[in-house]
Design a protein around this ligand. Structure first.
Ligand SMILES: Nc1nc2c(c(=O)[nH]1)N[C@H]1C(S)=C(S)[C@@H](COP(=O)(O)O)O[C@H]1N2
Ligand SMILES: [Mo]
Length: 202
């Protein structure tokens, strides 16, 4: 991994926090971090399921998903293994716009992301309402590579990158906090990089 030049890049976020969270270092490359193997996904049978605490469950085909309003946004990646990568340009669909397709029951407070291959990760619902919380199919102008989660991955810039589920295939609304895959194996249940919520006990 090479070190990215921090030179011309803004070093603070609009709210005054350091752009680079504590204990992180910049990289130009984009490492692949997958537990297990990359699933093979056929777009003809690809399906996105919205379920759990919803009035009525909903399933979307690839075409239906891509017919949703599209956004274009640029975010930083922060991996818990300490690499960060600035200025990733993503295109895809905002989380809020997916959620709007169903009536979420009032008792829902948490979301579990589910992936092809069995990976899961949990995030509090209220922390998914931001403009740049999305499902991405395009990175830096190219269709997302399979190893990086193509055809579709979650992208949540304000958490460590394990919260951004590759090969995402559904969201489940839940009444309480349940640990996802890495959260069950000792990663922090919340995962805020600026608070260094890396592992259990941090
Ligand atoms: N489905 C799935 N999503 C996943 C993972 C995984 O193993 N499976 N790894 C997570 C972790 S720990 C990280 S750091 C990022 C890595 O994404 P990348 O391989 O595109 O860099 O994906 C996250 N999403
Ligand atoms: Mo990670």
């Amino acid at each position: 991994m090479t070190t990215q030049q921090a030179g011309n890049k803004p070093s603070q976020l609009p709210d005054g926090r350091d752009r680079l969270p504590p204990g992180q270092r910049l990289t130009d490359g984009w490492p692949v971090l997958t537990y297990g193997s990359t699933p093979r996904i056929d777009l003809a049978t690809w399906e996105f399921r919205i379920f759990g605490l919803v009035e009525e469950e909903k399933r979307l085909s690839w075409d239906e998903f891509n017919a949703l309003p599209q956004i274009d946004t640029t975010t930083d990646i922060h991996c818990v293994t300490t690499w960060s990568r600035y200025d990733n340009r993503w295109q895809g669909v905002r989380f809020r716009d997916v959620m709007e397709l169903v009536d979420v029951l009032p008792e829902a407070s948490e979301v579990m992301f589910h992936s092809y291959g069995g990976y899961t990760t949990n995030v509090p619902l209220e922390e998914l309402m931001g403009d740049d919380v999305m499902f991405a199919h395009t990175h830096d102008g190219q269709p997302l590579e399979r190893d990086h989660g193509g055809p579709l991955r979650g992208m949540i810039a304000h958490f460590y990158f394990w919260k951004s589920a590759k090969w995402v295939r559904g969201i489940e609304f839940l009444p309480d906090v349940r640990p996802g895959f890495w959260e069950m194996y000792g990663y922090h249940i919340h995962g805020d990089p600026w608070k260094e919520e890396r592992y259990v006990g941090d």
